[in-house]
Design a protein around this ligand. Structure first.
Ligand SMILES: N[C@@H](CCC(=O)N[C@@H](CS)C(=O)NCC(=O)O)C(=O)O
Length: 338
């Protein structure tokens, strides 16, 4: 695998540890925009250098990536499209890491620097940086640096520091923040990261462990969603965003490519209608590019799918009626007021 070491590109990094378990790297840029509500588990303070101003920040994403998808969803649900620009990388990631290929459908150039590879921005931000080059990236055009490249933290900055620049939707109500933080943490290891732990395991044992935890957690939340329209309280929140981006990729990618094949999401009594419910929330569907998602996973991990063949199915209708309006809860307000 590849990464930057002291600002230089290297391609010999080991993805799993000696026991065959996938190890995810800590992200490197962890600043917080002024006015952000930093969650209790994060050791950081909002930084006055970074003021929340419309037109100042830029988001680098891949439509394929579930972590980047969190930030795209928040930007869309909060109506921040005019305030925060977006550049989209090629869904295929080769030896040079994420690249810009604007000629490809749904991709853009690097709107700020016209670079060829995302890693150029990392080196621009810190010429000696040692880290993986990941999406999402929140870039500040004033300081010309990366503010943060950890999706959960960018998400919270959007829902708190940037909330006034958008449509006023509240995706992290103050009285629910503790619960939201607890749920986001709770679903991370077994579900969001769990599919990767299953897919990238190179030994049977860590794979089995990941699968047990993953389907145990899915069963648990399926039950919860039988009584509740959303994960935390009666509103769609950050917690739903974090679950949604894994669920929407599950049947078409994780089930086959990552061998998460105990059940499909569309076989679950509540997770499947819930997935359709969130998908049908105004502002969500446009952020889901299944073509990019499938191309990325099946063609980018030769250790997992060596042929690079993109599996065809299953054919799912995310727009079919979900019947969840009866449950306590409402979609975010200003957006659905049309
Ligand atoms: N903890 C990070 C993870 C981001 C991440 O791993 N993104 C993947 C794409 S799904 C990536 O860019 N991988 C490139 C690499 O690791 O070299 C976050 O949540 O933002």
């Amino acid at each position: 695998m590849n990464r930057l070491v002291d600002g230089k590109w290297r391609t010999d990094y080991q993805l799993t540890d000696e026991g065959g378990a996938f190890r995810r790297q800590q992200t490197t840029f962890r600043d917080w925009v002024a006015g952000s509500d930093v969650p209790a588990h994060v050791d950081a303070e909002p930084d006055d250098r970074f003021q929340p101003e419309a037109g100042r920040y830029h988001l680098y994403v891949s439509y394929a990536c579930p972590w980047a998808h969190r930030t795209l969803l928040a930007r869309s649900l909060l109506g921040l499209e005019d305030a925060i620009g977006v550049s989209v990388v090629d869904p295929w990631r080769g030896d040079d890491g994420w690249q810009f290929t604007p000629e490809k459908d749904g991709c853009t150039e690097d709107d700020l620097y016209d670079s060829s590879f995302l890693r150029e921005l990392y080196v621009e931000a810190d010429p000696d940086v040692s880290c993986r080059v990941t999406v999402p990236v929140l870039w500040d055009t004033t300081e010309e640096t990366i503010v943060n490249n950890e999706s959960r933290e960018i998400l919270r900055q959007f829902t708190t520091a940037f909330a006034d620049l958008g449509n006023g939707a509240d995706l992290a109500p103050t009285d629910r923040r503790e619960e939201i933080d607890r749920i986001v943490t709770e679903i991370y290891e077994p579900i969001n990261n769990g599919v990767y732990r299953a897919g990238f395991a190179s030994e049977q044992e860590p794979y089995d462990e990941a699968i047990d935890e993953l389907f145990g957690a899915l069963d648990h939340w399926d039950e919860h969603l039988g009584e509740n329209r959303y994960l935390a309280g009666d509103r769609l929140t950050e917690a739903d965003i974090c679950l949604f981006t894994t669920l929407v990729r599950f049947d078409q990618v994780y089930h086959t490519h990552f061998m998460c094949n105990v059940r499909h999401i569309h076989e679950y009594e509540n997770l499947w209608p819930y997935l359709r419910d969130v998908y049908q929330t105004a502002g969500v569907a446009d952020t889901v590019r299944m073509g990019h998602i499938k191309e990325h996973y099946y063609t980018t991990h030769p250790d997992v799918t060596p042929s690079g063949i993109v599996a065809r199915g299953p054919d799912l209708d995310f727009t079919a009626p979900h019947g969840r309006d009866e449950l306590p809860g409402r979609p975010p307000e200003p957006i659905t007021a049309e």
